[in-house]
Design a protein around this ligand. Structure first.
Ligand code: SAM
Length: 270
């Protein structure tokens, strides 16, 4: 990778770090990059100080960070739906060797690139859909799939593709609604048992036909039982649940007879 340039040294006269002029230039550039979803701290300036969820995603990272090694020296990371790169930046700051963030939104990617450059962190942000991650060569030690599952019309299709990229750990986060209970269910039920479907804890996803939270890209919102059963069904072992909406998983049975679940499902041999 070429050396990082200082994004605030583009003025004819370089602005010294910490000077008021530099702060003004930084604030101006942050505003120019549009509305931010991630509240990043860029040399003391917050990118989304009025986020409706509070100091987001710091409020989540506070808990998730404890479930990820502080020293990630040598690790590789894929951050899917990276937005302005909050989690990519955190992983790089922990020493990861290579961090690759992908998103479909150019505005967020520009914010992510600017943030990384401003903080002098070498991160590879590229435009790519979650549905194409299986075209990226190789696997990553850590794959982050956070805040995206419920935005997808084909959530399990995406999850089963993502599994192929997970070397060691998947960090999975989704909005959940409905029951937050985790229960063990029977392996099978008779055809005439309809009661089990009336139980609020039974794994279920709510389908949003129109919009939820003024966002028409919220499609499927699972309850906790559905999240955990889908993760297990995709061949993952759940290792930790550091906060309400986040699970840390390891690949366990992602292949059957040497083939991925996705391939078997698509060719009708699962
Ligand atoms: C709610 S944000 C979550 C951002 C971040 N991962 C987090 O947890 O804070 C959802 C992100 O997913 C991106 N996104 C939506 N559809 C996508 C797709 N098909 N492939 C990749 N990213 C997508 C959006 O542009 C947005 O940045």
């Amino acid at each position: 990778m070429p050396p990082l340039s200082d994004p605030l040294q583009i003025a004819p006269t370089p602005v010294p770090p910490g000077s008021p002029a530099r702060e003004v230039a930084l604030a101006h550039r942050i505003a120019e990059l549009g509305e931010w979803f991630h509240n990043l701290d860029l040399h003391g300036i917050s990118t989304a100080p009025h986020h409706f969820l509070g100091d987001f995603p710091n409020i989540k990272w506070k808990y998730i960070s404890q479930a990820i090694p502080e020293d990630l020296t040598g690790a590789t990371v894929l951050d899917i739906g990276c937005n302005a790169g909050f989690y990519s930046l955190k992983m790089k700051q922990r020493g990861a060797k290579y961090v690759h963030g992908v998103d479909v939104d150019e505005r967020y990617l520009s914010q992510a690139r600017f943030a990384a450059e401003t903080l002098a962190l070498d991160i590879d942000f590229q435009k790519r859909s979650v549905y194409d991650v299986d075209e990226i060569p190789g696997q990553f030690d850590y794959v982050l799939f956070m805040g995206l599952f419920y935005h997808l019309r084909y959530p399990l299709f995406a999850l089963d593709k993502i599994i192929k990229k997970v070397g060691k750990r998947l960090v999975f986060q989704t909005m959940i609604r409905g029951s937050q209970a985790a229960r063990v269910w029977d392996d099978d039920y008779p055809f005439w048992n309809e009661e089990v479907f009336l139980h609020p804890d039974f794994p279920a996803m709510y389908f949003i036909e129109k919009s939820y939270s003024h966002d028409y890209t919220n499609w499927w919102i699972p309850n906790r039982g559905a999240v955990e059963s889908m993760l297990r069904s995709s061949g993952l072992e759940i290792l930790e649940h550091p906060e309400l909406e986040t699970w840390i998983c390891a690949p366990s049975n992602v292949t059957r007879n040497g083939r991925y679940i996705l391939e078997m499902e698509l060719d009708g041999t699962l």
